[in-house]
Write a protein of this length. Structure first.
Ligand code: FES
Length: 106
């Protein structure tokens, strides 16, 4: 699979507004976030100690890790609070004809 390919990962209905869902692309965990109808994607693995961000709590554009409650901006992957200091990788998202497509960042 080309790293530049758009991959259909879910239907829009699979990710309710205000929630996060995990999908996998080639065995790599990706978290999808529905923020007021707009979908964002990042790697699912927290950069602190590898918890799944998709199991966390989404509030606005902020995902809170379920393990130590570090937070990231789902738009950029930027860490927002301790203990997270390293950004989580964001990915491009395209919503088309009721499906969510993701293009992995390098
Ligand atoms: S594993 Fe995510 S904050 Fe520690």
């Amino acid at each position: 699979m080309s790293a530049d390919a758009w991959v259909v990962v879910a239907n829009v209905d699979d990710v309710p507004e205000g929630e996060a869902r995990r999908v996998e692309i080639g065995g790599r965990g990706i978290a999808l976030y529905n923020v007021a109808g707009e979908v964002f994607a990042t790697d699912d693995t927290c950069t602190h100690m590898r918890a799944r961000l998709s199991d966390g709590y989404l509030e606005g554009h902020v995902i809170e890790c379920p393990l130590h409650f570090g937070r990231f901006d789902v738009r950029t992957g930027a860490p927002l609070s301790a203990p997270c200091t390293v950004a989580v990788r964001p990915h491009q998202v395209l919503v088309e004809a009721g499906t969510i497509k993701v293009r992995l960042a390098h």
